[in-house]
Design a protein around this ligand. Structure first.
Ligand code: S3P
Length: 426
């Protein structure tokens, strides 16, 4: 894919449904009694991996034009799949499903693509094993493929070394099946969709500061879920509209859960004009329209507790920082090294290829903005968020940028190009 235009972004856009909430709506719907009806479901490859895993375990999932219907099997209704479960590129599928599989009365092997087979799974194997789970990394390297033999589980009180909603959620899902209370304490608060959604499905979950507490469930109940727009997808348009002069756009129905909204806070801190209007609630989550106008940005510091609330948006924040006046320091973000790719390296190398002044640090990046960028061939490392970030960098710089392996955007945003074009060509 080749990008170069720098025409302003104008108009309004409904960004696709939230990826994290879409995954969870399938999983919790499958474990519930009754039917769960999901609208604005994200039909990206990651969420389709979750659908295919649950279909392989006997769950009837109907895909219609506007909605997805999950005919739940109840907490004990999954069946042993005939084949290895393929989680594709999806860390959320792999980690959350492991918490569920740990408690079933069958054994199963799960794996995924080349990237998934390199991502750390010890972070879920350790706590789930403490609960009594039998999980083995088949190659004994702490990564997928994982072989999981269902076992009786007991509640634990666990402190996670990193703030990770995937780890927290795996433990909470196992906690649904445990024989007592399960508590997970994090160093900083990660996204809380699992807690909010499980509670509306009828589970007994509560939050005490950075601790989530769950009690075993007898039953979950099917729900109707209107998935809010994904703020992680909206972030690319936020950045593009802020950076390309003369832009003004309205992003409709974006989820602004405070455990996810760090990107808005940071762009505002950098001088970005983002207005939050028409606040509503969707699926128990705060949502709103975001009115964005092109702005002159200045550098900032991003670190500490805000990091988990914008972890997936750091690549596009780093790109935006190249166009800001002064220095931006991103720290406490070592988790970026174990995402779909090493995103600290991927960002540093690709921004440097465009001529930016960027330095990689132990746990982040230091970016000196203001140098004019030039065109480059980008190595996306097959990472969807890196590919889309450089589409934004291309638009903002007005330079020719080519992004091979562009198809990886299908992981989280299959209609990205159409949506970007609808804002540019007006
Ligand atoms: C997610 C949690 C985050 C995030 C990922 C989705 C989730 O991962 O990066 O894209 O849906 O729970 P970690 O839990 O590894 O931080």
């Amino acid at each position: 894919m080749k990008f170069s235009s720098a025409s302003p972004l104008r108009g309004r856009l409904n960004v696709p449904g939230d990826k994290s909430i879409s995954h969870r709506s399938i999983m919790f719907g499958a474990l519930a009694r009754g039917t769960t009806e999901i609208s604005n479901f994200l039909k990206g490859a990651d969420c389709l991996s979750t659908i295919s895993c649950f279909r392989a375990m006997g769950v009837d999932i109907e895909e219609n034009q506007e909605t997805i219907l999950v005919h739940g099997k109840g907490l004990r209704g999954l069946k042993r799949p005939d084949q290895v479960l393929d989680c594709g590129n999806s860390g959320t599928t792999t980690r959350l499903i492991s918490g569920i599989l740990a408690a079933q009365d069958f054994d199963v092997t799960l794996t995924g693509d080349e990237s998934i087979q390199k991502r750390p799974m010890k972070r879920i194997i350790d706590p789930l094993s403490l609960m009594g789970a039998d999980i083995k990394s088949v190659r004994e390297n702490g990564c997928a493929p994982l072989h999981i033999t269902g076992a009786p589980l007991h509640g634990i009180s666990y402190s996670t070394p990193v703030a990770s909603a995937q780890v927290k959620s795996a433990i909470l899902l196992a906690g649904l099946y445990a024989d007592g209370e399960t508590r997970v304490t994090e160093p900083a608060r990660s996204r809380n969709h699992t807690e909010l959604m499980l509670s509306s499905f009828g589970a007994d979950v509560k939050t005490e500061g950075t601790t989530a507490v769950i009690r075993p469930a007898r039953e979950l109940y099917g729900q109707s879920i209107q998935v809010p727009g994904d703020i992680s997808s909206a972030a690319f348009f936020l950045a593009a509209a802020l950076l390309v002069p003369g832009s003004e756009i309205l992003l409709k129905n974006v989820g602004i859960n405070p455990t996810r909204d760090g990107v808005i806070r940071v762009f505002r801190q950098m001088g970005g004009q983002i207005e939050i209007v028409n606040r509503t609630t969707r699926a128990g989550e705060p949502a709103a329209d975001l009115l964005v106008k092109s702005s002159r940005l200045h550098g900032t510091e991003v670190g500490g507790e805000i990091i988990p609330t914008l972890i997936d948006e750091i690549p596009v924040i780093a790109a935006a920082a190249c166009f800001a006046d002064g220095e931006t320091v991103i720290r406490d973000a070592a988790e970026l090294k174990v995402k779909e790719s090493n995103r600290i390296q991927a960002m540093t190398e690709n921004l440097q290829a465009m001529g930016a002044d960027v330095r990689e640090t132990e746990d982040g990046m230091i970016i000196r903005g203001g140098r004019p960028l030039h065109g480059a061939d980008i190595q996306s490392r097959n990472d969807h968020r890196i590919a889309m970030t450089f589409a934004v960098a291309a638009l903002a710089s007005g330079q020719d940028v080519s992004i091979p392996q562009w198809d990886c955007v299908n992981i989280s945003y299959p209609t990205f190009l159409e949506d970007m074009n609808s804002l540019i060509n007006r």
